[in-house]
Design a protein around this ligand. Structure first.
Ligand SMILES: [Zn+2]
Ligand SMILES: [Zn+2]
Length: 279
């Protein structure tokens, strides 16, 4: 059985602007196309970062962007910033709201944003997503129940649990609320038994894969800056856990990604490496 997916992959969550800032963007896009990545969802962190992702999405076939406000932002978006996020979301290549969420992990220097500020940001962006009928990309670090509680009070919210870090029960609870579980490099780490159990338990039509590049490279690439090409390793890990072939895993996760984010079929030409970049 093949151990590499061989094509048809979608990286549903990475930060191409951060790769660009590190001078790694062009080689990362070439490597991704060579590894069979056809489409990328590049995730916004605030107004300026979302706007820079818009520029990349306009320039490259196969790249789409989200309009986000990361929980590490020190303040919740003010009315002018909300208007900017709203305007960006009207762009034809804007596919989701986020990332946004709650992050209760604490270590000195990681972030020191009070939970109350994070909660205001989350509420504002969940309402933005509902008003636009867009999915939301949730960042949930050690805040599973609080995140679900915020979702439960807003009917019509749906989306993706990015870098899924819960167990099988949390995967089922998320899917029951209209969310897909997005598995990242963490699912390949040896001590991630609970996340691996979630990857086995999630229904066929409710999981996707991501890199969260440049963070958190999967096994066997740990210690290097992550890049979208490495989504192949995470797809192979999901195939092993779900006991299906890697080509089937690629097909399943990519079909789910297109459904969840409303991406066009790559056969229509909107895929990575298809001709020269637009200017
Ligand atoms: Zn995140
Ligand atoms: Zn991220």
């Amino acid at each position: 059985m093949a151990t590499e997916p061989g094509g048809g992959l979608v990286d549903t969550h990475c930060h191409l602007v951060l790769l660009e800032d590190r001078g790694l963007l062009e080689e990362a896009l070439e490597a991704a196309a060579a590894a069979g990545v056809e489409q990328i969802v590049s995730i916004g962190l605030d107004v300026e970062d979302s706007d820079r992702n818009r520029v990349l999405a306009e320039r490259h076939p196969g790249i789409f962007f989200t309009v986000g406000w990361h929980p590490h932002q020190k303040t919740a978006p003010d009315p002018a910033q909300m208007r900017d996020l709203d305007a960006l979301l009207r762009h034809p290549r804007a596919v989701a709201v986020g990332e946004v969420g709650l992050d209760r992990y604490w270590r000195p220097g990681y972030h020191e944003v009070p939970l109350e500020v994070q909660r205001r940001s989350l509420a504002a962006l969940l309402e933005l997503a509902v008003s636009h009928g867009k999915p939301v990309v949730i960042h949930d670090r050690e805040a599973h129940d609080e995140v679900l509680a915020e979702i439960d009070v807003r009917p019509g919210v749906r989306g993706v649990m990015h870098c899924f870090s819960g167990d099988a029960a949390h995967a089922r609870a998320s899917v029951a609320r209209g969310f897909a579980c997005s598995f990242a490099g963490t699912v390949t780490f040896p001590r991630s038994e609970a996340i691996q159990a979630a990857a086995r338990a999630v229904p066929d039509d409710a999981w996707v894969v991501e890199t969260d590049a440049p963070f958190l490279a999967p096994v066997p690439h740990r210690g290097r800056p992550n890049q979208p090409a490495y989504v192949a390793a995470t797809t192979a890990a999901l195939a092993r856990l779900r006991q299906i072939g890697v080509a089937d895993a690629a097909r399943q996760s990519s079909a789910n990604a297109r459904r969840w984010f409303g991406l066009p079929a790559p056969r229509g030409g909107d895929r990575l490496g298809n001709g020269a970049a637009r200017r």
